[in-house]
Design a protein around this ligand. Structure first.
Ligand SMILES: Nc1ncnc2c1ncn2[C@@H]1O[C@H](COP(=O)(O)OP(=O)(O)OP(=O)(O)O)[C@@H](O)[C@H]1O
Length: 263
């Protein structure tokens, strides 16, 4: 049942994400202290806050990446289209197909450009070469990389520049057509031109995807996100429309952070 519902997500493409009183521990350390929020479909939500406040931990809850960490424990619920993704019956592989992730450092496999993008489809057991080639092309176009690589898809992904590698990783995520994309500081290792390209891409992708991005860069959050969540010491201090957070925050702590009084 749960599996069917998660697959349904990809048909509806309007995932409603609800977080209800979530607490996280790493052994005895309480990293997330009771957070609730709702994330709207087809928006970009930025998670901001000083180092160690729990942004990445919270982000990784949505595709159950923390499950691998020894001592990790969660209380509360994360529901996607009404289904708790921490229910025992959930199929994690299907969940991860629906919820793609892009990391801080571009992490292409030591394979060709084509193989990198085709990877997710192949591990799903898809063998139709024409279908795979079409998806690879579509994903590379969506990631705004096609024109730069189309003449040499057999070239090693590792020969691309850092910015190109990150767009390749985005293409790899898009190829399996997820409905939600998690990004953990996707531009922090990139130069300003590559960063601008990825920011433009995020802006375009939200027409089709729901994007959650962790960023240390407040200008970036204000440029690209619709909603911003400010975290501090494992708590969600304020969550609102980005414009409100950056122009007229409710809480003094938020104001102090966004004006650079601490960080
Ligand atoms: N695997 C782990 N084991 C134990 N504690 C951890 C682990 N990962 C993170 N923590 C702790 O949980 C807290 C939140 O860390 P997290 O990485 O989520 O914060 P963050 O806001 O993303 O920080 P940064 O901006 O530096 O990446 C920190 O105190 C961190 O030391």
């Amino acid at each position: 049942m749960a599996l069917d519902k998660i697959i349904d997500l990809s048909l509806k493409k309007v995932p409603k994400i609800e977080v209800k009183d979530v607490k996280v521990w790493y052994s005895d350390f309480n990293a997330i202290k009771g957070i609730s929020m709702e994330i709207k479909p087809n928006t970009v939500t930025a998670f901001i806050g000083p180092s160690g406040c729990g942004k990445s931990t919270f982000l990784r809850l949505f595709n159950r990446m923390n499950d691998y960490i020894e001592g990790f424990k969660l209380e509360g619920k994360i529901k996607i289209n009404g289904d708790n993704i921490y229910k025992k019956k959930i199929n994690i592989e299907v969940l991860r197909k629906e919820i793609g992730m892009v990391f801080q450092k571009p992490n292409p496999f030591p394979k060709s450009i084509f193989e990198n993008v085709a990877y997710g489809l192949k591990i799903q057991g898809i063998k139709d070469k024409k279908f795979i080639a079409e998806r690879v092309e579509k994903a590379l176009k969506q990631a705004d990389l096609w024109n730069e690589v189309k003449d040499d898809l057999k070239k090693s992904a590792l020969s691309l520049s850092g910015g190109q590698q990150q767009r390749l990783c985005i293409a790899r995520t898009l190829a399996v057509e997820p409905s939600i994309i998690l990004m953990d500081e996707p531009t922090s290792a990139l130069d300003p031109i590559s960063t601008a390209k990825i920011e433009q891409l995020i802006f375009e992708l939200k027409q089709k995807y729901t994007i959650i991005i962790v960023t240390h860069n407040m200008q970036q959050a204000s440029r690209i996100s619709d909603y911003t969540a400010f975290f501090y010491l494992g708590e969600l201090i304020e969550f609102d429309k980005t414009k409100k957070i950056f122009t007229n925050p409710e809480k003094k702590q938020t104001e102090n952070y966004i004006t650079g009084r601490f960080g």
